[in-house]
Design a protein around this ligand. Structure first.
Ligand SMILES: [Zn+2]
Length: 114
């Protein structure tokens, strides 16, 4: 979790809300499922040069690029703290090396069906 060491103990700047409702069991289940999927996708795709996942963000309308390990850390943080650090700035990612969840799902289905 090195990537989040810079945030200190207080609320994140710009996050606005200090009051975070706890996750319900459905939310937690979905996050755990995402973490499990993520592990499979990383195992299948990292060796093929894929660096992570690209997500179309419903909040800001832009694409966010998440390197595998950062995405896992974000999901784990969501599980632990009830929120994710919002809109992690991209570090000049090359879109050619990122794929969507849908791509991962299709790839895993095709690969694991053999
Ligand atoms: Zn966004």
């Amino acid at each position: 979790m090195q990537a989040y060491d810079d945030r200190g103990d207080g609320p994140w700047p710009g996050s606005g809300d200090s009051d975070v409702p706890p996750l319900n069991e459905t939310d937690r289940g979905e996050i755990l499922a995402d973490l499990a999927d993520l592990a499979v996708y990383q195992a299948l795709l990292a060796g093929r040069g894929v660096r992570g996942i690209v997500v179309d963000c419903a909040d800001c309308g832009e694409q966010h690029f998440h390197e595998w390990n950062l995405l896992r850390a974000s999901l784990q943080q969501l599980l632990d703290e009830g929120r994710m650090r919002p809109h992690e700035p991209a570090y000049d990612p090359d879109p050619a090396y990122y794929v969507t969840w849908e791509y991962c799902r299709g790839y895993a289905d095709a690969t694991l069906a053999d």
